[in-house]
Write a protein that binds this ligand. Structure first.
Ligand SMILES: NC(=O)c1ccc[n+]([C@@H]2O[C@H](COP(=O)([O-])OP(=O)(O)OC[C@H]3O[C@@H](n4cnc5c(N)ncnc54)[C@H](OP(=O)(O)O)[C@@H]3O)[C@@H](O)[C@H]2O)c1
Length: 252
């Protein structure tokens, strides 16, 4: 599958973490491409408002809870939807010296960014590869490309998801299923505030990142990095990038 043309008449797109931020923007771009939309979020009020704006179905679930990802996927299938696209976007960050981050925060981060994204990828790929069509977009980060001092568990979670995504991309190819990794730089969303960090200056709008992402996703892009400077930064050696991250994120 090289583009969305063959998919539009054949199913729905599920975007997790679509109650706000990048997920909401990605959902809007998929709607423009003609997909029937299903939004997921945790905050039921924000989610229903987002779904109303986009004319989408919606399902609330806390993906950090044991078994929640599987239950969400099964509920959507039981309601008669066939998913041709899955965007694993739900995610959260944590900041500060690694040993000061609470066990609860790290647990939630790993449960959502790593475990739920893996579980949903597997359930989706099992169906899509069996059917012979589908496209999966996992939202990682430029933080996947090097260690992240003062945001260690978050960068590590995205490095895991990026590596996993590129591996299953190879496996799914022969079944006609496309798998892509989206690696944005800093975005102008509520993410940093919720992670107890300061939003960097020059953060890209979610709308702009989503427009670029969906264009590249529809063309089957492998590692999708919105923003020219973010793409250029990849030529800098990883240890230098990690030292830069430390200097920017070091508290005080
Ligand atoms: N912001 C950045 O600079 C940046 C950069 C690179 C990558 N990313 C990635 O982009 C994705 C979206 O981030 P964003 O910037 O749009 O952040 P955001 O505005 O904080 O939105 C995060 C979304 O994830 C959902 N979510 C968080 N914890 C959840 C949980 N336990 N169960 C279910 N849903 C949960 C939130 O749902 P509720 O609002 O309903 O709680 C919300 O819809 C994340 O994967 C993030 O890691 C962000």
């Amino acid at each position: 599958m090289r583009n969305f043309n063959g998919l539009e008449a054949r199913g729905a797109a599920l975007v997790t973490g679509a109650s706000r931020g990048l997920g909401f923007a990605l959902a809007g771009k998929l709607k423009e491409r003609g997909f029937e939309l299903i939004l997921h979020g945790r905050d039921a009020e924000a989610l229903s408002a987002a779904a109303e704006k986009l004319g989408a179905a919606y399902y609330a679930a806390d993906l950090s809870a044991e078994g929640a990802a599987k239950a969400l996927y099964e509920r959507i299938k039981a309601d008669g939807f066939t998913l041709s696209v899955l965007v694993n976007n739900a995610g959260l960050g944590a900041s500060g010296e690694a040993w000061t981050v609470s066990e609860e925060r790290d647990g939630e981060l790993i449960a959502v960014n790593v475990c739920a994204a893996t579980e949903l990828s597997k359930l989706f790929l099992s169906d899509a590869c069996g059917r012979g069509y589908g496209a999966l977009l996992n939202v990682c980060s430029v933080g996947a490309f090097q260690p992240g001092p003062y945001t260690a568990s978050y960068y590590a979670s995205k490095a895991y998801l990026h590596s996993y995504t590129l591996a299953v991309r190879e496996e799914a190819k022969k079944y006609g299923v496309t798998v892509c990794s989206l690696c944005p730089g800093p975005l102008d969303t509520e993410f940093f505030g919720r992670a107890g960090a300061k939003k960097p200056r020059g953060a890209m709008s979610a709308e702009k990142a989503a427009g670029y992402a969906v264009k590249k996703f529809s063309a089957g892009g492998k590692t999708i990095v919105p923003g020219f400077l973010n793409r250029l930064a990849r030529v800098v050696p990883a240890p230098v990038r990690a030292a830069f991250v430390a200097s920017v994120k070091r508290p005080g």
